[in-house]
Write a protein that binds this ligand. Structure first.
Ligand SMILES: Cc1cc2nc3c(=O)[nH]c(=O)nc-3n(C[C@H](O)[C@H](O)[C@H](O)COP(=O)(O)O)c2cc1C
Length: 144
């Protein structure tokens, strides 16, 4: 079995209805294809942009086919793979696609969640060492 974890930026922020449709179709298809995983969506007010993080896992052939479709989906771009590989056991065995529309308040409660507006956060990330993926991940936080 294979897995892929990636982040991406939505072409345009997704409405609740658009997210619901994406999720319902994905869940039905994934159930047929033995794909499981987790999808997080975050709208950043500061950037007026939507961001995704998704983990997908499943049998090699169907996972490759899904990745091909997701990679070409024009609802998002700047897809950055964070991790990929093979696994013996599923990480999300019970979720045809778990979903959360992440609000800033949810993140504030996560232990160890770094506050991006603090000096210390940026001192730790010297500008010339900041990878593009960190810049993209910034979009999940908007300082509320
Ligand atoms: C962020 C994001 C996550 C997606 N996740 C899934 C998924 O888990 N399963 C799935 O079948 N399609 C997913 N899709 C939709 C696929 O890209 C594609 O539109 C869908 O599978 C139908 O493909 P088809 O019209 O070529 O059959 C996702 C799309 C986006 C933008």
């Amino acid at each position: 079995m294979k897995y892929i974890v990636y982040v991406s930026q939505a072409k345009a922020p997704l409405s609740k209805d658009a997210l619901k449709e994406l999720l319902e179709k994905s869940r039905a298809r994934n159930a047929d294809d033995a794909i499981t995983g987790l999808l997080l969506y975050r709208y950043s007010k500061d950037f007026d942009k939507g961001y995704f993080i998704q983990a997908i896992e499943g049998p090699d052939g169907v996972l490759d086919a899904l990745w091909e479709r997701i990679s070409q989906d024009n609802r998002h771009h700047t897809i950055v793979t964070l991790a990929e590989g093979t696994e013996l056991e599923r990480m999300f065995p019970n979720w045809s696609m778990g979903f959360k529309n992440v609000e800033a308040i949810d993140l504030a409660d996560v232990p160890g969640f770094a506050k991006i507006e603090t000096e210390s956060f940026w001192q730790n990330l010297k500008a010339n060492q900041m990878p593009e993926s960190v810049d993209l991940l910034r979009g999940f936080y908007d300082g509320d």
